[in-house]
Design a protein around this ligand. Structure first.
Ligand code: GLN
Length: 462
């Protein structure tokens, strides 16, 4: 990682935030404290930006929602606790789509984040603030969260690398739940090496999250430069067709050629049920969200509506006023698919198709070590372009959501610049617990394929 220190990161964030709106809080005091008394450890002094849905003691954790406002948690997420113990410095909480629901950051109660490459474009979502913070050079690494693509897609839109780990790799203790069978904390990095350093610190078994597993490997740095000769890269050609922007396709195909030229074996694979991934994702994610978000009732946390003298009225008014439009849409969809007349037709059916999607990957990984696809069908779209069309927005996750449904790891790495000057992301998917191999593949790729452009940072002080 570069020599960036936390006070410099804070200064950059302060200088750029008016333009980018990437941060909901900038933690100058924490950075100054660490500058005086650094904590020894593998990440000593490394500034890191953390998404607003990951609990931090003494720092706001509001999920960019009015219903939580500037809520202050009483405990740190396990990932945050481990970062602090390793000497890292949390320098700010980043803007996001409300409760991590979105693909563009336009659903934040605090206004949209702007893409550092082009201020008129979205940074992707839902972890757009963290992605913009890394892309604009404020920090080298940041935490985000993933339910259906919220790290990989903004990484692609912002020209950086973003990892969604295996389900169970990183504790979710202290990550505000959206859809519990899909959620994972993810990591953004300017380079894969930064991601590997952070993953080595925050991953692993945690007694406070029973979905974590003890798989032993906690060193993701040593194998980064390994030779990948003979590794089999699977290409699901059928996914390179309809709906995919031609320039994105060419850039990803060039990426596949690079792996071939450098000793990987390219094999054709098929993922026959991938057409259903968006439908399945939006049934399961909304069902789980409708249950998880029931806790925001005006009693336990944050916002409570005024002028509601009776209990039910208070619940209804609080939720009506506190949640944004997209969150309400998801709660309604989720409640609907779980209701007694529709449970079997939608929710139970979606769970069955989820199993088929998982089997597709099991079969594919019998024939290859990693699968390459585009991360997103297009480059960053314009602010406002898709905000009135939820279905068009949902299609942004077409290449990413299946990894969350199957619980496998995925990573997006920059693979080119389109003619409009915007970065393109290539996705690599691996079998469960194969983060080491994925980071090795992307690290070697980055070294040989530096992006031939850079974001437009306007502020003079940067
Ligand atoms: N864009 C997807 C959604 O809106 C994914 C979000 C996420 O991964 N948190 O649900």
């Amino acid at each position: 990682m570069s020599e960036l220190n936390a006070v410099t990161a804070v200064e950059r964030a302060e200088a750029l935030n008016e333009e980018l709106n990437a941060f909901l809080s900038i933690e100058r005091e924490n950075a100054e404290c660490h500058a005086k008394e650094p904590v020894d450890g593998p990440l000593s002094g490394v500034p890191i930006a953390v998404k607003d849905n990951i609990c931090t003691v003494g720092m706001r954790t509001g999920c960019a929602s009015k219903i939580l406002g500037d809520f202050l948690p009483q405990y740190d997420a396990t990932a945050v606790e481990r970062l602090n113990a390793a000497g890292a410095v949390i320098m700010g909480k980043t803007n996001m789509d409300e409760f991590a629901m979105g693909s563009s950051n336009e659903n934040s109660a605090y206004g949209t984040v702007r893409n550092p490459w082009d201020r008129e474009r979205v940074p992707g979502g839902s972890s757009g603030g963290s992605a913009a913070a890394v892309a604009s050079g404020i920090v080298d690494v940041a935490l985000g969260s993933e339910t259906g693509g919220s790290v990989r897609q903004p990484a692609a839109f912002c020209g950086i690398t973003g990892l969604k780990p295996t389900y169970g790799r990183i504790s979710r203790y202290g990550l505000v739940a959206f859809a519990s069978s899909l959620d994972q904390i993810g990591i953004f990095g300017k380079k894969s090496s930064g991601i590997a350093a952070v993953l080595s610190v925050i991953s692993g078994d945690d007694k406070r999250d029973s979905t974590t597993a003890d798989v032993g490997d906690t060193d993701f740095l040593t194998g980064l430069e390994d030779d990948f000769k003979g590794k089999r890269i699977g290409v699901p050609t059928a996914l390179f067709g309809e709906g995919l922007d031609a320039e994105v396709r060419e850039a990803v195909e060039a990426g596949i050629d690079w792996y071939k030229e450098n000793g990987a074996e390219i094999v054709e694979v098929s993922l026959p049920h991938s057409d259903y991934s968006i439908a399945v994702y939006y049934i399961i994610a909304t069902a789980e969200a409708s249950s998880n978000l029931a806790r925001f009732d005006g009693v336990r946390y944050g916002y409570r509506a005024e002028d509601a003298p009776e209990l039910r009225q208070m619940y209804m008014k609080t939720r009506e006023e506190g949640f944004g439009e997209e969150v309400k849409r998801r709660i309604m969809l989720g409640t609907y698919v779980l209701s007694s007349g529709y449970y079997d037709a939608y929710y139970a059916k979606a769970q069955k198709v989820r199993t088929l999607l998982k089997r597709d990957f099991e079969e594919a990984f019998a024939a290859c070590d990693a699968i390459v696809t585009p991360t997103s069908p297009s480059t960053a779209f314009k602010i406002g372009e898709r905000s009135d069309d939820p279905l068009a927005m949902y299609l942004s996750d077409i290449y990413t959501a299946s990894a969350n449904l199957a619980g496998i790891p995925g990573i997006s790495v920059p693979c080119g610049i389109a003619s409009d000057g915007l970065p393109i992301g290539m996705q690599l998917l691996g079998n469960h617990w194969s983060e080491g191999l994925l980071l090795n593949l992307t690290s070697r790729f980055e070294a040989d394929n530096p992006l031939s452009g850079s974001p437009k940072i306007h502020s003079d002080s940067i």
